[in-house]
Ligand binder design. Structure first.
Ligand code: FAD
Ligand code: DHB
Length: 395
């Protein structure tokens, strides 16, 4: 079979790329190893930058997000038992973020693709990419244990996340990886309880980091810094709540609203970037090319920013025969990626307790938080990164 763009992976990157291309009259086929039910139920990120929100509305997939998401106009940084608020619109000329779960974004994109006749193949196996350095690359895959099938395409988009086949298919020596591992992870929970706060709380305590987020009026999302290879079995519900109470305690006796925990996951934390993000007619986007620690809430947003650049470059190729945007895809995307890497690394370093850290380090972190929340210049720097830096001009 033939298509214009073969897309590997139905995460935010692959689905959004397929949808934007469709709006430009460009055909694609999306291959996904998991089932529709599985991708629509995987709990991951929750914060959408202003630019992601605007893009979702612009491409016609924002209606449910506008109804059910929560616009947050600020966030709380909690340290030394006190709260300091960062006001986003005030510091960024009116921008804010939307708390709307990644799997809801996935549901909206799948529905939009299928409603307009989009071709998404779920539960495929044996996906491999070929002839990348020619103008007719191809992808092979198997569906429901059947024969190997081949898609001939003009371009392949590798949107298959950290464990995909696209990046490893690029010949050795072409890519350079940049990596930083962190000596901690996050334990994330979902619980049935009313919101503990109107806005997200990022807390540094001498016991480590904690984050209070939300999903709906009766489901809450909270995270705790833990060991990078910690096991969920080590975390009884009692231990989790007692740790949240201790790390989130304020001088005026604040405590989280507790409820039944129905999901617990541990994620490791790392920063990773691969350069370049293209080889011949294969273009990498999202987690396939880079990973951020979650503290800045940038992972999903960066995936969306990549495909915005890639979709534009592909559409210019078909509309005007122009290849320069394609050639500059990595360079354009990487400028934003490195800024988001810097912000995520900085937020992570400021808000976590590093193993072996002494009181000096803790006091420097507290001083930094005091400065960041006390200086308008420093608060603005945090706010403009958190709501998302402006997109670069695409031409
Ligand atoms: P993905 O969402 O990973 O999508 C890739 C898709 O490709 C998947 O559906 C996968 O099944 C599919 N695939 C893989 N291999 C193949 C193959 N060979 N063939 C076909 N399909 C394939 N970010 C935050 O900002 N905050 C968070 O709290 C947060 N929590 C996270 C928790 C977890 C457990 C993980 C893994 C990530 C988290 N992230 C978080 C990061 C964020 O979710 C990602 O940055 C985002 O999902 C990137 O989107 P993507 O489309 O590039 O990749
Ligand atoms: C959420 C995740 C993040 O990584 C973050 O920084 C804020 C909120 C969340 O899942 O709600």
């Amino acid at each position: 079979m033939k298509t214009q763009v073969a897309i590997i992976g139905a995460g935010p990157a692959g689905l959004m790329l397929s949808h934007i291309l469709h709006l430009q009259g460009i055909e694609s086929i999306v291959l996904e190893t998991r089932s529709r039910e599985a991708i629509e139920a995987t709990i991951r990120a929750g914060v959408l930058e202003q630019g992601t929100v605007d893009l979702m509305k612009e491409i016609g997939v924002g209606a449910r997000m506008e109804r059910e998401g929560f616009r947050h106009e600020g966030t709380i940084l909690r340290f030394d038992g006190i709260d300091r608020r960062i006001d986003f619109p005030e510091l960024t000329g009116g921008k804010a973020v939307m708390v709307y779960a990644q799997h809801e974004v996935i549901k909206d994109l799948v529905e939009a693709r299928l409603a307009s006749g989009g071709d998404i193949r779920f539960e495929v196996t044996d996906v491999s990419v070929h002839d990348l350095d020619t103008t007719s690359p191809s992808v092979r895959f198997r569906q429901q244990g059947g024969e190997l099938q081949t898609i001939e395409a003009d371009f392949i988009a590798g949107c298959d996340g950290t464990q995909g086949v696209s990046r490893p298919a690029i010949p050795k020596g072409v890519l350079k990886g940049f990596e930083r591992l962190y000596p901690f992870g996050w334990l994330g929970i979902l619980c049935k309880a009313p919101p503990s706060s109107d806005e997200l709380i990022y807390a540094l305590s001498d016991r480590g980091f904690a984050l209070v987020s939300t999903r709906s009026p009766d489901v809450q999302r909270l995270y705790l810094q833990c060991e990078p290879t910690d096991k969920i079995e080590n975390w009884s519900d009692d231990r989790i709540w007692s740790e949240f109470r201790a790390r989130l305690a304020t001088r005026d006796g604040w405590a989280p609203k507790e409820g039944q925990i129905f999901s617990k996951t541990v994620v490791g934390m790392r920063s990773f970037v691969t350069e370049p993000m293209q080889y011949g007619r294969l273009f990498l986007a999202g987690d396939a090319a880079h990973v951020v620690p979650p503290t800045g809430a940038k992972g999903l947003n960066l995936a969306v920013a990549d495909v915005r650049v890639l979709a534009r470059a592909i559409s210019q190729f078909y509309k005007a025969g122009q290849e320069d945007l394609l050639e500059r895809y990595s360079e354009t995307a990487l400028r934003r990626i490195w800024k988001a890497q810097r912000f995520s690394w900085w937020m992570t370093s400021m808000l976590h307790r590093f193993p072996g850290a002494d009181e000096f380090q803790h006091k420097v972190q507290v001083a930094e938080l005091d400065y960041v929340t006390g200086s308008r210049a420093a608060s603005t720097a945090l706010a403009e990164n958190y709501v998302g830096l402006p997109f670069d001009a695409l031409e």
